[in-house]
Write a protein that binds this ligand. Structure first.
Ligand code: ADP
Ligand code: GLC
Length: 485
Protein backbone atom coordinates (compact mmCIF):
# COMPACT_ATOMS: atom_id res chain seq x y z
CA UNK A 1 0.00 0.00 0.00
CA UNK A 2 1.21 3.49 0.79
CA UNK A 3 4.63 4.55 1.99
CA UNK A 4 3.93 6.95 4.85
CA UNK A 5 6.41 8.83 6.99
CA UNK A 6 4.99 10.02 10.31
CA UNK A 7 6.76 12.89 12.06
CA UNK A 8 6.05 13.93 15.65
CA UNK A 9 7.62 15.10 18.89
CA UNK A 10 6.51 12.07 20.93
CA UNK A 11 5.44 8.44 20.53
CA UNK A 12 4.42 5.99 23.26
CA UNK A 13 6.08 3.97 24.75
CA UNK A 14 9.37 5.72 23.89
CA UNK A 15 8.23 9.17 25.02
CA UNK A 16 4.83 10.55 25.98
CA UNK A 17 3.47 13.62 27.74
CA UNK A 18 -0.12 13.39 26.50
CA UNK A 19 -2.47 12.11 23.86
CA UNK A 20 -0.18 12.93 20.93
CA UNK A 21 2.19 10.28 22.28
CA UNK A 22 -0.67 7.77 22.51
CA UNK A 23 -1.73 8.43 18.92
CA UNK A 24 1.79 8.17 17.52
CA UNK A 25 2.17 4.93 19.47
CA UNK A 26 -0.90 3.37 17.89
CA UNK A 27 -1.99 4.94 14.58
CA UNK A 28 1.18 4.08 12.59
CA UNK A 29 0.93 0.49 13.84
CA UNK A 30 -2.76 0.30 12.88
CA UNK A 31 -1.87 1.45 9.34
CA UNK A 32 1.06 -0.98 9.17
CA UNK A 33 -1.36 -3.77 10.07
CA UNK A 34 -3.22 -2.90 6.84
CA UNK A 35 -0.04 -3.34 4.80
CA UNK A 36 1.00 0.28 4.67
CA UNK A 37 4.76 0.76 4.70
CA UNK A 38 4.98 3.12 7.65
CA UNK A 39 7.98 4.79 9.27
CA UNK A 40 8.00 7.13 12.23
CA UNK A 41 10.52 9.91 12.96
CA UNK A 42 10.92 11.51 16.39
CA UNK A 43 13.79 13.39 18.02
CA UNK A 44 16.47 11.26 19.67
CA UNK A 45 15.91 12.57 23.20
CA UNK A 46 18.52 11.33 25.64
CA UNK A 47 16.20 8.96 27.57
CA UNK A 48 14.88 7.52 24.32
CA UNK A 49 18.30 6.90 22.80
CA UNK A 50 19.45 5.31 26.06
CA UNK A 51 16.42 3.01 26.19
CA UNK A 52 16.89 1.62 22.69
CA UNK A 53 18.94 -1.55 22.40
CA UNK A 54 21.44 -1.73 19.52
CA UNK A 55 19.95 0.76 17.08
CA UNK A 56 21.18 0.72 13.47
CA UNK A 57 22.92 3.87 12.25
CA UNK A 58 20.85 4.46 9.14
CA UNK A 59 22.53 7.70 8.03
CA UNK A 60 24.95 10.35 9.21
CA UNK A 61 24.68 13.88 7.88
CA UNK A 62 24.98 17.55 8.72
CA UNK A 63 22.16 20.07 8.49
CA UNK A 64 23.82 22.67 6.22
CA UNK A 65 21.91 25.72 7.49
CA UNK A 66 22.83 25.19 11.14
CA UNK A 67 25.87 22.93 10.96
CA UNK A 68 24.36 20.40 13.35
CA UNK A 69 25.76 16.89 12.89
CA UNK A 70 22.99 14.28 12.98
CA UNK A 71 22.84 10.51 13.14
CA UNK A 72 19.62 8.79 12.10
CA UNK A 73 19.18 5.81 14.40
CA UNK A 74 16.81 3.03 13.36
CA UNK A 75 14.83 0.94 15.83
CA UNK A 76 11.29 -0.39 16.07
CA UNK A 77 8.61 1.12 18.23
CA UNK A 78 8.38 -1.28 21.19
CA UNK A 79 5.23 -3.41 21.03
CA UNK A 80 4.94 -3.00 17.26
CA UNK A 81 6.86 -3.57 14.02
CA UNK A 82 6.88 0.11 13.11
CA UNK A 83 10.32 1.17 11.88
CA UNK A 84 11.23 4.21 13.95
CA UNK A 85 13.95 6.72 13.18
CA UNK A 86 15.47 8.78 15.95
CA UNK A 87 17.07 12.06 14.93
CA UNK A 88 20.12 11.90 17.17
CA UNK A 89 21.74 15.27 17.80
CA UNK A 90 23.17 15.34 21.35
CA UNK A 91 23.79 19.10 21.41
CA UNK A 92 20.02 19.67 21.05
CA UNK A 93 18.41 16.53 22.49
CA UNK A 94 21.01 14.98 24.81
CA UNK A 95 19.47 16.21 28.07
CA UNK A 96 17.14 15.03 30.82
CA UNK A 97 13.63 16.45 30.85
CA UNK A 98 10.61 16.05 28.61
CA UNK A 99 10.30 17.11 24.98
CA UNK A 100 9.21 20.62 25.90
CA UNK A 101 10.51 21.34 29.41
CA UNK A 102 13.59 20.77 31.52
CA UNK A 103 13.63 18.77 34.76
CA UNK A 104 12.25 21.80 36.65
CA UNK A 105 9.35 22.13 34.21
CA UNK A 106 10.86 25.24 32.57
CA UNK A 107 10.45 25.36 28.77
CA UNK A 108 13.69 24.67 26.89
CA UNK A 109 15.18 28.00 25.72
CA UNK A 110 16.05 26.44 22.35
CA UNK A 111 12.70 24.76 21.70
CA UNK A 112 12.51 26.34 18.23
CA UNK A 113 15.96 25.06 17.32
CA UNK A 114 15.12 21.57 18.62
CA UNK A 115 12.03 21.17 16.47
CA UNK A 116 13.42 23.04 13.47
CA UNK A 117 16.14 20.40 13.39
CA UNK A 118 13.52 17.65 13.41
CA UNK A 119 11.80 19.40 10.48
CA UNK A 120 15.02 19.86 8.52
CA UNK A 121 15.92 16.22 9.02
CA UNK A 122 12.50 15.02 7.86
CA UNK A 123 12.69 17.36 4.87
CA UNK A 124 16.05 15.88 3.86
CA UNK A 125 14.90 12.28 4.36
CA UNK A 126 11.67 12.86 2.42
CA UNK A 127 13.47 14.18 -0.65
CA UNK A 128 16.27 11.60 -0.56
CA UNK A 129 18.86 14.31 0.21
CA UNK A 130 19.71 11.97 3.05
CA UNK A 131 19.89 8.44 1.65
CA UNK A 132 17.86 5.86 3.53
CA UNK A 133 16.95 3.66 0.59
CA UNK A 134 13.30 4.57 1.13
CA UNK A 135 11.19 7.50 -0.01
CA UNK A 136 7.73 8.29 1.35
CA UNK A 137 4.72 9.00 -0.84
CA UNK A 138 3.11 10.85 2.05
CA UNK A 139 4.66 12.77 4.91
CA UNK A 140 2.18 12.90 7.77
CA UNK A 141 3.06 15.73 10.16
CA UNK A 142 1.62 16.15 13.64
CA UNK A 143 1.25 19.37 15.62
CA UNK A 144 3.34 22.54 15.48
CA UNK A 145 6.65 20.83 16.16
CA UNK A 146 6.47 19.45 12.61
CA UNK A 147 4.89 22.50 10.98
CA UNK A 148 8.01 23.59 9.11
CA UNK A 149 8.11 20.33 7.15
CA UNK A 150 5.30 21.14 4.67
CA UNK A 151 6.70 24.68 4.34
CA UNK A 152 10.22 23.46 3.55
CA UNK A 153 8.93 20.82 1.16
CA UNK A 154 6.58 23.17 -0.65
CA UNK A 155 9.20 24.46 -3.09
CA UNK A 156 10.33 21.04 -4.33
CA UNK A 157 8.69 19.87 -7.54
CA UNK A 158 9.22 16.21 -6.84
CA UNK A 159 8.08 16.19 -3.26
CA UNK A 160 5.87 13.71 -1.42
CA UNK A 161 2.30 14.68 -0.52
CA UNK A 162 1.87 16.24 2.90
CA UNK A 163 -0.80 15.87 5.57
CA UNK A 164 -0.81 17.98 8.71
CA UNK A 165 -2.80 16.82 11.73
CA UNK A 166 -3.81 19.31 14.39
CA UNK A 167 -3.86 17.59 17.75
CA UNK A 168 -4.17 20.86 19.60
CA UNK A 169 -4.51 24.27 17.99
CA UNK A 170 -3.76 26.01 21.28
CA UNK A 171 -0.08 25.16 20.90
CA UNK A 172 1.32 26.96 17.86
CA UNK A 173 5.08 27.27 18.23
CA UNK A 174 5.25 31.08 18.04
CA UNK A 175 8.69 32.73 18.38
CA UNK A 176 10.20 36.20 17.79
CA UNK A 177 11.39 37.26 14.33
CA UNK A 178 15.00 36.79 15.50
CA UNK A 179 14.34 33.08 15.71
CA UNK A 180 13.26 33.05 12.07
CA UNK A 181 16.60 34.65 11.21
CA UNK A 182 18.54 32.35 13.52
CA UNK A 183 16.96 29.26 11.97
CA UNK A 184 18.03 30.47 8.50
CA UNK A 185 14.62 29.77 7.07
CA UNK A 186 14.16 30.84 3.44
CA UNK A 187 13.31 34.54 3.21
CA UNK A 188 10.22 33.93 1.05
CA UNK A 189 8.56 32.18 3.99
CA UNK A 190 8.42 35.47 5.89
CA UNK A 191 5.01 36.76 4.84
CA UNK A 192 1.43 36.70 6.04
CA UNK A 193 0.85 33.91 3.50
CA UNK A 194 3.78 32.08 5.02
CA UNK A 195 5.15 31.65 8.53
CA UNK A 196 4.62 35.19 9.75
CA UNK A 197 2.00 35.59 12.43
CA UNK A 198 1.64 39.11 13.83
CA UNK A 199 5.34 39.77 13.17
CA UNK A 200 6.33 36.53 14.84
CA UNK A 201 7.39 33.16 13.47
CA UNK A 202 4.61 30.57 13.68
CA UNK A 203 5.57 26.94 13.17
CA UNK A 204 1.98 25.76 12.97
CA UNK A 205 1.24 28.09 10.03
CA UNK A 206 3.74 26.07 8.03
CA UNK A 207 1.47 23.06 8.44
CA UNK A 208 -1.79 24.92 8.00
CA UNK A 209 -0.78 26.82 4.86
CA UNK A 210 1.57 24.50 3.00
CA UNK A 211 0.22 21.00 3.64
CA UNK A 212 -1.95 19.36 1.00
CA UNK A 213 -4.52 18.23 3.55
CA UNK A 214 -5.26 19.23 7.12
CA UNK A 215 -6.88 16.86 9.54
CA UNK A 216 -7.81 17.15 13.14
CA UNK A 217 -8.70 14.50 15.64
CA UNK A 218 -12.50 14.71 15.80
CA UNK A 219 -15.25 15.91 13.44
CA UNK A 220 -16.63 18.38 15.99
CA UNK A 221 -13.21 20.00 16.60
CA UNK A 222 -12.75 20.25 12.81
CA UNK A 223 -15.83 22.49 12.75
CA UNK A 224 -15.09 24.32 16.01
CA UNK A 225 -11.61 25.50 14.97
CA UNK A 226 -13.14 27.42 12.10
CA UNK A 227 -14.92 29.67 14.60
CA UNK A 228 -13.46 32.57 16.60
CA UNK A 229 -14.28 30.83 19.90
CA UNK A 230 -12.04 27.82 19.25
CA UNK A 231 -9.82 29.05 16.42
CA UNK A 232 -7.02 30.48 18.61
CA UNK A 233 -6.51 33.34 16.14
CA UNK A 234 -6.22 30.99 13.16
CA UNK A 235 -9.93 30.49 12.41
CA UNK A 236 -9.80 32.85 9.41
CA UNK A 237 -6.99 30.89 7.82
CA UNK A 238 -8.65 27.58 8.61
CA UNK A 239 -11.92 28.78 7.22
CA UNK A 240 -10.16 29.65 3.95
CA UNK A 241 -8.75 26.12 3.77
CA UNK A 242 -12.04 24.56 4.83
CA UNK A 243 -12.23 22.23 1.83
CA UNK A 244 -8.92 20.66 2.77
CA UNK A 245 -9.87 20.05 6.41
CA UNK A 246 -11.36 16.88 7.82
CA UNK A 247 -11.93 15.49 11.29
CA UNK A 248 -10.99 11.88 11.93
CA UNK A 249 -11.61 10.58 15.43
CA UNK A 250 -8.71 9.05 17.34
CA UNK A 251 -8.87 5.42 18.35
CA UNK A 252 -7.10 3.95 21.36
CA UNK A 253 -4.53 1.23 21.70
CA UNK A 254 -6.81 -1.60 22.78
CA UNK A 255 -3.88 -3.68 23.94
CA UNK A 256 -2.33 -1.07 26.18
CA UNK A 257 -5.73 -0.02 27.56
CA UNK A 258 -7.44 -3.34 28.24
CA UNK A 259 -8.81 -4.07 31.73
CA UNK A 260 -8.70 -7.80 30.97
CA UNK A 261 -4.90 -7.79 30.53
CA UNK A 262 -3.58 -4.55 32.01
CA UNK A 263 -0.18 -5.21 33.63
CA UNK A 264 -0.58 -2.29 36.06
CA UNK A 265 -3.81 -3.34 37.81
CA UNK A 266 -4.45 -5.93 40.53
CA UNK A 267 -7.65 -7.55 39.24
CA UNK A 268 -8.42 -8.16 35.57
CA UNK A 269 -12.00 -7.78 34.37
CA UNK A 270 -14.22 -7.14 31.37
CA UNK A 271 -17.87 -6.31 30.71
CA UNK A 272 -18.93 -9.89 31.55
CA UNK A 273 -16.96 -9.88 34.73
CA UNK A 274 -17.31 -6.37 36.05
CA UNK A 275 -17.58 -7.25 39.75
CA UNK A 276 -13.81 -7.60 39.93
CA UNK A 277 -13.49 -3.86 39.33
CA UNK A 278 -14.22 -3.52 43.08
CA UNK A 279 -10.84 -5.07 43.92
CA UNK A 280 -9.14 -2.39 41.86
CA UNK A 281 -11.10 0.27 43.71
CA UNK A 282 -10.00 -1.07 47.07
CA UNK A 283 -6.40 -1.28 45.89
CA UNK A 284 -6.51 2.29 44.56
CA UNK A 285 -7.97 3.59 47.83
CA UNK A 286 -5.12 1.88 49.66
CA UNK A 287 -2.46 3.25 47.29
CA UNK A 288 -3.81 6.78 47.65
CA UNK A 289 -4.56 6.64 51.39
CA UNK A 290 -8.29 7.20 50.85
CA UNK A 291 -10.91 5.62 53.15
CA UNK A 292 -11.44 2.06 51.96
CA UNK A 293 -15.16 2.31 51.35
CA UNK A 294 -16.55 0.26 48.49
CA UNK A 295 -19.83 2.15 48.28
CA UNK A 296 -18.43 5.69 48.24
CA UNK A 297 -18.26 6.93 44.65
CA UNK A 298 -14.67 7.64 43.64
CA UNK A 299 -14.09 10.37 41.06
CA UNK A 300 -10.73 10.52 39.27
CA UNK A 301 -9.08 13.41 37.42
CA UNK A 302 -5.90 12.57 35.48
CA UNK A 303 -4.76 15.35 33.18
CA UNK A 304 -2.18 17.90 32.28
CA UNK A 305 -3.01 20.66 34.78
CA UNK A 306 -3.87 23.39 32.28
CA UNK A 307 -6.80 25.70 31.63
CA UNK A 308 -7.81 23.46 28.73
CA UNK A 309 -8.69 20.67 31.14
CA UNK A 310 -10.83 22.87 33.42
CA UNK A 311 -8.71 22.17 36.49
CA UNK A 312 -9.68 25.60 37.84
CA UNK A 313 -13.33 24.56 37.67
CA UNK A 314 -12.53 21.52 39.79
CA UNK A 315 -10.63 23.68 42.28
CA UNK A 316 -13.57 26.10 42.39
CA UNK A 317 -15.98 23.24 43.02
CA UNK A 318 -14.01 21.58 45.83
CA UNK A 319 -15.76 23.38 48.74
CA UNK A 320 -19.13 22.16 47.43
CA UNK A 321 -17.84 18.71 46.54
CA UNK A 322 -16.64 18.40 50.14
CA UNK A 323 -20.31 18.30 51.17
CA UNK A 324 -21.09 15.37 48.89
CA UNK A 325 -20.48 11.69 49.68
CA UNK A 326 -17.63 11.32 47.19
CA UNK A 327 -13.92 10.65 47.09
CA UNK A 328 -11.60 12.51 44.74
CA UNK A 329 -8.35 11.25 43.27
CA UNK A 330 -6.25 13.71 41.27
CA UNK A 331 -3.10 12.96 39.27
CA UNK A 332 -1.46 15.56 37.10
CA UNK A 333 1.32 17.93 36.40
CA UNK A 334 1.44 21.33 34.75
CA UNK A 335 0.70 24.87 35.91
CA UNK A 336 2.57 25.25 39.27
CA UNK A 337 -0.20 27.46 40.63
CA UNK A 338 -2.81 24.73 40.11
CA UNK A 339 -0.43 22.12 41.48
CA UNK A 340 0.01 24.14 44.69
CA UNK A 341 -3.71 24.80 45.17
CA UNK A 342 -4.50 21.11 44.81
CA UNK A 343 -1.74 20.11 47.22
CA UNK A 344 -3.07 22.65 49.76
CA UNK A 345 -6.59 21.21 49.50
CA UNK A 346 -5.22 17.73 50.02
CA UNK A 347 -3.15 18.78 53.02
CA UNK A 348 -6.13 20.49 54.63
CA UNK A 349 -8.21 17.37 53.91
CA UNK A 350 -11.19 19.57 53.07
CA UNK A 351 -12.74 16.39 51.77
CA UNK A 352 -11.82 12.79 51.10
CA UNK A 353 -9.26 13.75 48.48
CA UNK A 354 -5.89 12.42 47.32
CA UNK A 355 -3.61 14.48 45.08
CA UNK A 356 -0.52 13.20 43.30
CA UNK A 357 1.52 15.76 41.40
CA UNK A 358 3.56 14.13 38.67
CA UNK A 359 3.32 11.83 35.71
CA UNK A 360 2.72 8.13 36.31
CA UNK A 361 1.64 5.69 33.64
CA UNK A 362 0.92 2.89 36.19
CA UNK A 363 -1.18 5.15 38.44
CA UNK A 364 -3.19 6.45 35.47
CA UNK A 365 -4.15 2.86 34.65
CA UNK A 366 -4.90 2.07 38.31
CA UNK A 367 -7.15 5.11 38.48
CA UNK A 368 -9.01 4.08 35.32
CA UNK A 369 -9.53 0.63 36.82
CA UNK A 370 -10.36 1.73 40.36
CA UNK A 371 -12.49 4.85 40.01
CA UNK A 372 -16.23 5.01 39.38
CA UNK A 373 -16.20 8.32 37.51
CA UNK A 374 -13.64 10.21 35.43
CA UNK A 375 -13.85 13.99 35.44
CA UNK A 376 -12.99 15.88 32.24
CA UNK A 377 -14.55 19.36 32.30
CA UNK A 378 -12.46 20.58 29.35
CA UNK A 379 -12.97 24.06 27.94
CA UNK A 380 -12.02 22.61 24.57
CA UNK A 381 -10.89 19.13 23.63
CA UNK A 382 -9.59 18.25 20.16
CA UNK A 383 -10.36 14.58 20.77
CA UNK A 384 -9.43 13.39 24.24
CA UNK A 385 -8.26 9.87 24.84
CA UNK A 386 -8.56 9.75 28.61
CA UNK A 387 -12.38 9.62 28.50
CA UNK A 388 -12.20 6.76 26.00
CA UNK A 389 -9.70 4.80 28.09
CA UNK A 390 -11.96 5.26 31.10
CA UNK A 391 -15.14 4.17 29.32
CA UNK A 392 -13.37 0.98 28.33
CA UNK A 393 -12.56 0.44 32.03
CA UNK A 394 -16.18 1.01 33.07
CA UNK A 395 -15.32 4.36 34.64
CA UNK A 396 -17.99 6.80 33.64
CA UNK A 397 -16.78 10.08 32.16
CA UNK A 398 -18.26 13.39 33.33
CA UNK A 399 -17.46 15.76 30.48
CA UNK A 400 -18.24 19.00 28.74
CA UNK A 401 -19.76 18.48 25.34
CA UNK A 402 -16.99 19.97 23.22
CA UNK A 403 -14.74 18.63 20.46
CA UNK A 404 -14.00 14.95 20.67
CA UNK A 405 -15.86 14.68 23.97
CA UNK A 406 -19.07 15.51 22.10
CA UNK A 407 -18.20 12.86 19.52
CA UNK A 408 -17.37 10.07 21.98
CA UNK A 409 -19.56 10.50 25.07
CA UNK A 410 -23.36 10.23 25.09
CA UNK A 411 -25.20 11.75 28.04
CA UNK A 412 -27.31 9.55 30.29
CA UNK A 413 -31.06 10.18 30.19
CA UNK A 414 -34.12 7.92 29.97
CA UNK A 415 -33.94 7.81 26.13
CA UNK A 416 -30.24 6.98 25.88
CA UNK A 417 -30.52 4.40 28.64
CA UNK A 418 -33.46 2.77 26.84
CA UNK A 419 -31.53 2.84 23.57
CA UNK A 420 -28.41 1.42 25.22
CA UNK A 421 -26.31 4.36 24.01
CA UNK A 422 -25.64 6.21 27.28
CA UNK A 423 -21.94 6.29 28.12
CA UNK A 424 -21.38 9.29 30.38
CA UNK A 425 -22.60 12.47 32.01
CA UNK A 426 -22.52 15.81 30.22
CA UNK A 427 -21.83 18.99 32.20
CA UNK A 428 -24.13 21.83 31.22
CA UNK A 429 -21.99 24.98 31.52
CA UNK A 430 -18.44 26.22 32.12
CA UNK A 431 -18.40 27.02 35.82
CA UNK A 432 -18.01 25.33 39.16
CA UNK A 433 -21.79 25.31 39.77
CA UNK A 434 -22.41 23.41 36.54
CA UNK A 435 -19.70 20.94 37.52
CA UNK A 436 -21.25 20.35 40.93
CA UNK A 437 -24.70 19.96 39.35
CA UNK A 438 -23.34 17.32 36.95
CA UNK A 439 -21.69 15.45 39.81
CA UNK A 440 -24.96 15.50 41.78
CA UNK A 441 -26.69 14.03 38.75
CA UNK A 442 -23.93 11.44 38.42
CA UNK A 443 -24.51 10.38 42.03
CA UNK A 444 -28.25 9.96 41.42
CA UNK A 445 -27.47 7.68 38.52
CA UNK A 446 -24.90 5.77 40.57
CA UNK A 447 -27.58 5.13 43.18
CA UNK A 448 -29.98 3.51 40.68
CA UNK A 449 -28.50 0.01 40.36
CA UNK A 450 -30.23 -0.97 37.11
CA UNK A 451 -29.49 2.29 35.33
CA UNK A 452 -25.90 2.20 36.61
CA UNK A 453 -25.37 -1.33 35.43
CA UNK A 454 -26.76 -0.54 31.94
CA UNK A 455 -24.54 2.51 31.76
CA UNK A 456 -21.41 0.52 32.64
CA UNK A 457 -22.26 -2.08 30.03
CA UNK A 458 -22.76 0.39 27.20
CA UNK A 459 -19.62 2.34 28.14
CA UNK A 460 -17.47 -0.77 28.31
CA UNK A 461 -18.84 -2.37 25.17
CA UNK A 462 -18.33 0.68 22.97
CA UNK A 463 -16.13 0.44 19.91
CA UNK A 464 -12.96 2.43 20.47
CA UNK A 465 -10.45 0.83 18.13
CA UNK A 466 -8.66 2.47 15.21
CA UNK A 467 -10.56 0.34 12.66
CA UNK A 468 -12.99 2.92 11.25
CA UNK A 469 -10.60 5.83 11.55
CA UNK A 470 -7.79 4.02 9.78
CA UNK A 471 -10.15 3.47 6.86
CA UNK A 472 -10.79 7.19 6.82
CA UNK A 473 -7.06 7.95 6.76
CA UNK A 474 -6.61 5.48 3.91
CA UNK A 475 -9.42 7.18 2.00
CA UNK A 476 -7.76 10.53 2.58
CA UNK A 477 -4.34 9.31 1.40
CA UNK A 478 -5.91 7.71 -1.66
CA UNK A 479 -7.79 10.83 -2.74
CA UNK A 480 -4.76 13.00 -2.02
CA UNK A 481 -2.43 10.90 -4.15
CA UNK A 482 -5.04 10.65 -6.92
CA UNK A 483 -5.41 14.44 -6.97
CA UNK A 484 -1.66 14.87 -7.56
CA UNK A 485 -1.42 12.54 -10.56
P1 ADP B 1 -4.08 15.60 26.07
O1 ADP B 1 -3.39 15.01 24.91
O2 ADP B 1 -4.71 16.91 25.80
O3 ADP B 1 -3.24 15.65 27.29
P2 ADP B 1 -5.72 13.16 26.03
O4 ADP B 1 -6.88 12.80 26.87
O5 ADP B 1 -5.86 12.99 24.57
O6 ADP B 1 -5.33 14.66 26.42
O7 ADP B 1 -4.46 12.29 26.40
C1 ADP B 1 -3.84 12.38 27.65
C2 ADP B 1 -3.03 11.13 27.85
O8 ADP B 1 -2.01 11.41 28.80
C3 ADP B 1 -3.84 9.98 28.40
O9 ADP B 1 -3.26 8.76 28.01
C4 ADP B 1 -3.69 10.20 29.92
O10 ADP B 1 -3.86 9.03 30.66
C5 ADP B 1 -2.25 10.66 29.98
N1 ADP B 1 -1.92 11.50 31.14
C6 ADP B 1 -2.19 12.80 31.33
N2 ADP B 1 -1.67 13.22 32.49
C7 ADP B 1 -1.06 12.17 33.05
C8 ADP B 1 -0.32 11.96 34.26
N3 ADP B 1 -0.13 12.93 35.13
N4 ADP B 1 0.18 10.72 34.49
C9 ADP B 1 -0.02 9.73 33.59
N5 ADP B 1 -0.70 9.86 32.45
C10 ADP B 1 -1.21 11.06 32.18
C1 GLC C 1 -4.05 16.74 22.05
C2 GLC C 1 -5.43 17.06 22.51
C3 GLC C 1 -6.27 15.86 22.83
C4 GLC C 1 -6.07 14.76 21.80
C5 GLC C 1 -4.61 14.45 21.66
C6 GLC C 1 -4.31 13.34 20.65
O1 GLC C 1 -3.09 16.80 23.01
O2 GLC C 1 -5.45 17.98 23.58
O3 GLC C 1 -7.63 16.22 22.87
O4 GLC C 1 -6.77 13.59 22.20
O5 GLC C 1 -3.91 15.57 21.25
O6 GLC C 1 -4.82 13.64 19.38
Amino acid sequence: MYRILFAASEAYPLVKTGGLGDVMGSLPAALAALDCDVRLVIPGYRDVVESVVAPIIKAEFTIPETGHPVRLLETTLPGSDVVTWLVDCPSLYGRRGDPYNDEHNIPWPDTAQRFALLCRAVHAISLGIVETGWLPQIVHCNDWQTGLIPALLSQSADRPATVFTIHNLAYQGVFPYDTFVDLKLPEYLWSADGLEFYEHLSFIKGGLIFSDRITTVSPTYAREIQSAEFGAGLDGLLHQRSEKISGILNGIDEQVWDPAHDEFIVAHYDADNIDRKAENKQSLQKILGLQEKSDKPLIAFVHRLTDQKGVDLVIGALPELAKLPVQLAILGTGNPNYEQQLVNFAEQQVCDIAVRIGYSEPLSHQMAAGADFFLMPSRFEPCGLAQIHNMRYGTIPIVRSVGGLADTVTDTNPQTIAAGTATGIVIDGVDAEALVAAIRRALEIYNQPYVWSDLLQSAMRGSYSWRDSVDKYLGLYQSLLASRR
